[in-house]
Each structure stands twice: as structure tokens, then as C-alpha cells.
Design a protein around this ligand. Sequence first.
Ligand code: CDP
Ligand code: CDP
Length: 204
Amino acid sequence: MIFTVAIDGPAAAGKGTIGRAVAAHFGFAHLDTGLLYRAVGALVLKGAEPVAAARDLTPDALEQPGLRSPEVAQAASEVAVIPEVRAALLDFQRGFARREGGAVLDGRDIGTVICPAAEVKLFVTASAEARAGRRLAELLESGHATDMAAVLADVRARDARDESRAAAPLRPAEDAHVIDTSDLTVEAAIAAAVARVAAAGARS
Ligand code: CDP
Ligand code: CDP
């Protein structure tokens, strides 16, 4: 059975949380595509050339320490504007999406560019303040020294770059279902997503 769930949306909207839960519910595989761009960004911070780093990306690169840091997030969004970097990551993502047994991919351009024929498209969003508050809690929890003003500025800068770039900008696909998680608990957001996927014919 081939079944693709495409999840897009801005930073810290809850895409990964929803993606993991939907994948577990239906027994699908899950790919956080942001990790690919973070891995390239981290290699570039160590001196690599972005297009070569994306073409030669290895599974080991996805396990590098520090991929969740704000510095790597910024570097990821900078390499993500380069069309050749996006092109180098395309085949891997499309192959993953059409694997046997079902797949959930979350990112920025899954429903618009990577998988325009996905069986279900979700656009997960929330206010910038709600998203920055959640990301701040995660960063403090994992020992990063930061504050709300810095995290909000980071989130807004990345949103602006992701939405305004020429190559695969962040926007909802025309047939995407929007889930605004600003006032939803994690459980309610997951339930809304699972209901959409079940309505499209996925069996748990
Ligand atoms: O993948 P993305 O960057 O969109 O977000 P995430 O890493 O899944 O989650 C952001 C944070 O928001 C996590 O700490 C979640 O527990 C929290 N959260 C959520 O995902 N959904 C809600 N409705 C409320 C909180
Ligand atoms: O977890 P969070 O939502 O903060 O970020 P992420 O999903 O790990 O993505 C990091 C950066 O990679 C984003 O700000 C985008 O610039 C880029 N990205 C992208 O361009 N296309 C994707 N499909 C996924 C991420």
C-alpha cells in the first residue's frame, strides 16, 4: 500500500509532533525533512560547500550532534534558499514518500513540490508567539541559554526567509487542510490530523 501524508507549516507549529503521532497511529514511516536541511546547514557551518554537502549527504550526517540548535536552524534556512540544494534532496524525499507501507513527511514544501499528489495534505500552523513560546521551552529544557525575544526573532526571521524565497516557498497547497494549533492541546491537534488521514482512506 502506497499512501503519503504531507505536512507543511512554519517553525515549531507542531509538524513533527503530529507527524510522528500520525505515523505511529497508521503504522507509516516518518521523515522530518527539516533534518536534511539542518544536516546540510551544520556541515556548512563546519566549512562545507552547500550544494556538495547536500549531494553527498550520508545517514551519519543526520546523526551529527547539535542539529536542534538555533544556529543550525538559521544555517538550514539559509542553505534552503539555494535551488541546487533543494534539487539534491528531492529524489530521496520522493522515494521515501512512495515507499511500501505508507509515509508521513513533514517540512515546508511537501504538499506543494515534493508530493503534489499526496493522499492527504495538512498545513499545521500557529501564531508566532505560541510557536516561539514552545520552542523556548524546548531549548531551555535541553540546556540552551536563550530567551523569548531571541527565539521570537529567530522564528520570525526563518518564517520570512521560508515564505519569500523563490524556490519552493512555504505556503499551503490549495488542497491542504489547515490545522491551527495556537489554542489546541497536543492531543487535540493529533486527533484532528488522525481524523483527516482516516477520512482519506488510511486504515489503522
Ligand atoms: O516540527 P515543528 O517544528 O513544527 O514542531 P514540533 O517540534 O513538533 O513541536 C513544537 C513544540 O510544540 C513541541 O514541544 C510540542 O510538544 C508543542 N506543541 C505542539 O506541538 N502542538 C500543540 N498543539 C501544542 C504544543
Ligand atoms: O523544526 P523547525 O520547524 O523549527 O525547523 P525544521 O523543520 O527543522 O527546518 C529548518 C529549516 O529548513 C526551515 O526553516 C526551512 O528553511 C528549511 N526546510 C525547507 O526549506 N524545506 C523543508 N521541506 C524542510 C525544512
